[in-house]
Design a protein around this ligand. Structure first.
Ligand SMILES: [Zn+2]
Length: 105
């Protein structure tokens, strides 16, 4: 039996490769807003960060999102993202525990 292939993405802050599920997608929308995208489906250029506040802080320090999104991301936007992340953290953690759709009982 072959193990199922898990899509990996790289965190732009710590550069670690992780399963997509464990990362938070940050998207630059076509109107140049930078938002957390928990659905992973918003249109725009995306960047991934670990689902932990430390990586938002690291991204801010290293301006990793600026590079990944090819746009200047203000300090207040990094702060906003970190705050938004704290607000959605429970939801994010809960969604990680959901079984994949193929695993219905
Ligand atoms: Zn990270």
């Amino acid at each position: 039996m072959k193990p199922r292939k898990i899509p990996l993405r790289k965190c732009v802050a710590c550069q670690e490769m992780k399963p997509k599920k464990e990362l938070i997608r940050v998207v630059r929308t076509p109107d140049e807003a930078v938002l957390i995208d928990l659905t992973g489906k918003k249109a725009g250029r995306g960047a991934y960060l670990c689902g932990q506040v430390d990586c938002f802080r690291l991204a801010k320090k290293s301006r990793a999102l600026d590079r990944a999104l090819k746009q200047t991301v203000g300090a207040e936007i990094y702060d906003q993202l970190a705050q938004d992340f704290i607000a959605v953290e429970d939801e994010f953690i809960a969604s990680k525990d959901e079984p994949d759709e193929a695993e219905e009982a």
